[in-house]
Design a protein around this ligand. Structure first.
Ligand SMILES: [Zn+2]
Length: 254
């Protein structure tokens, strides 16, 4: 039995109307109606409430054990990739690249496709195949279906643009203009910079998410610029192939 049928059955057995159920689990009647039409699935928190209310397991409500996938990018989710709310609780609906610090990282499907394509192209799947697949798969995910409701009217997008402008205004020699920033996980970009005394220093938090990008140095020589930023600071560094020999260019409080 599928989730939609299961919810309807549990509800009617309990003698509840859609409105009654909605009130008991703090959602709108429309939300209940959408679950029962199979358009959406209750959120993790609501599933816990439903499970307690009907005294059945979450898996029962879901019809069968399911593989969680990020409802923004479609990536299969295992425990290490699940996003967190600002209070540290897990949000099973999204991966930590798509949702971080209580914010959605993508407000534009094209941007997300560009990022995913780079990671998904392989010997078996050409860029064109991956692109075509994503264009058909992403619109079926919850985030994009509920985009009007979930998005912040482009506020975060505006912040990203402002941040890119601030970075460009630093006028760093040899660094091309930044036009797009994407979510990057601290643990992937937390480089150790050498200190004059022979020690090293790190500036980022492994578990935090930053906005950043990589750009090829205009002077060539196999050097790259790495940018990482958030509300508080902007960090620019350079490094060679595979993040070798990192050097800090600037670390500036905003
Ligand atoms: Zn995702």
């Amino acid at each position: 039995m599928q989730t939609q049928e299961m919810i309807r059955e549990l509800r009617t057995k309990a003698g509840l109307s859609q409105e009654d159920l909605a009130n008991k689990v703090y959602v709108t009647r429309q939300a209940v109606s959408r679950w029962e039409k199979g358009e959406t699935v209750p959120s993790t928190d609501t599933l816990k409430l439903l499970s307690a209310l009907f005294d059945v397991s979450i898996n029962t409500i879901l019809g069968s054990p399911r593989q969680l996938i990020c409802q923004c990018c479609g990536m299969p989710l295992d425990d290490s990739m699940v996003s967190r709310e600002t209070d540290g609780s897990a949000n099973d609906d999204y991966c930590k690249w798509c949702y971080a610090d209580g914010r959605f990282m993508y407000s534009n499907m094209e941007d997300l496709i560009e990022v995913c394509v780079k990671n998904m192209v392989s010997a078996e799947h050409s860029e064109e195949e991956v692109r075509t697949y994503l264009k058909s798969a992403l619109p079926k995910l919850d985030y994009w279906k509920r985009y009007e409701e979930l998005s912040d009217n482009g506020e975060f997008e505006k912040f990203k643009q402002k941040l890119a402008e601030e970075i460009n205004e630093l006028g760093i020699e040899g660094m091309p203009k930044v036009d797009k920033l994407t979510a990057l996980l601290g643990s992937y970009i937390n480089l150790e910079y050498p200190l004059p005394n022979g020690g090293t220093v790190k500036f980022l938090d492994d578990s935090a998410t930053y906005l950043g990008t990589q750009l090829e140095c205009e002077f060539g020589g196999d050097r790259y610029f790495g940018v990482a930023a958030n509300m508080e600071f902007i960090l620019v560094c350079t490094y060679g192939k595979d993040l070798e020999a990192p050097e800090l260019v600037i670390y500036k409080k905003r």
